[in-house]
Design a protein around this ligand. Structure first.
Ligand SMILES: Cc1cc2nc3c(=O)[nH]c(=O)nc-3n(C[C@H](O)[C@H](O)[C@H](O)COP(=O)(O)O)c2cc1C
Length: 212
């Protein structure tokens, strides 16, 4: 099985919120999708070790907030890399309360659900929620998982269901001109200099270049 295939699946970036008794809490999730339109249902996959999992099971409710590309990256830091077991994630976060669930104001919109079913996998619970409220908050570009990785240069922790180890960074081939020091970087690791290559600065031939 080539797990690199999974790198081409597309997702959004969401904050899934719920209740820990009276206290709001939640975590970042990319593994959310709309399942049906009428009645509207949403599914989200949450790791057994995430505090949010137990809180959704207890409260029977969750909300999905759709992050914008311009969202404060601090939100991902708090909701995606800390645990509601240890911190009050909503401290200092501007929120709205919808159907009893807190949602961050800084989002494209929110969707509140009642859990109507759940399925256990080895590591995650897939919650199926029936939508009881939803609204648009900001007319901004929703953040995709690809944008999070490519533009924000963010990482995913091990308990994200889509976690894959870092791709090994391929060292690109490099040559330096023995006359003027100009460095040429190839596109691929084992590239050879073209036969007619000459230094773009001092115009010396390929033979004066040394592989770095
Ligand atoms: C970009 C991103 C995507 C994530 N996606 C998921 C996800 O789909 N499901 C999940 O269980 N955890 C996911 N996580 C990890 C949780 O957000 C993270 O483990 C969080 O700290 C759990 O907090 P909690 O213990 O308060 O629930 C993701 C994290 C990031 C940064």
């Amino acid at each position: 099985m080539n797990k690199n295939t999974f790198r081409n699946l597309s997702y959004g970036v969401y904050i899934v919120t719920t209740l820990d008794g009276e206290r709001p809490t939640g975590c970042v999730a990319n593994s959310a999708m709309q399942i049906t339109s009428t009645p509207a249902t949403i599914a989200v996959s949450i790791n057994h070790d995430n505090y949010t999992n137990a809180c959704i099971k207890k409260s029977g409710k969750f909300a999905l907030s759709i992050m914008t590309e311009n969202a404060d990256p601090g939100l991902i830091g708090i909701f995606g890399f800390q645990s509601g077991k240890d911190v009050n994630k909503f401290d200092g976060v501007k929120t709205l309360v919808k159907e009893g669930i807190s949602v961050p104001e800084d989002s494209c919109g929110y969707i509140v659900c009642n859990v109507i079913n759940q399925m256990e996998t080895a590591t995650h619970t897939v919650f199926l929620g029936e939508v009881i409220d939803a609204d648009v908050l900001k007319k901004e570009e929703p953040m995709t998982y690809a944008y999070y990785h490519k533009v924000i240069k963010g990482k995913s922790p091990k308990n994200a269901p889509t976690y894959l180890p870092e791709e090994p960074v391929e060292e690109k081939a490099k040559w330096a001109c023995g006359i003027c020091g100009y460095e040429y970087e190839g596109e691929i690791p084992f590239e050879e200099l073209p036969a007619d290559f000459c230094c773009p600065l001092c115009k010396q031939p390929k033979s004066v270049f040394q592989k770095q």
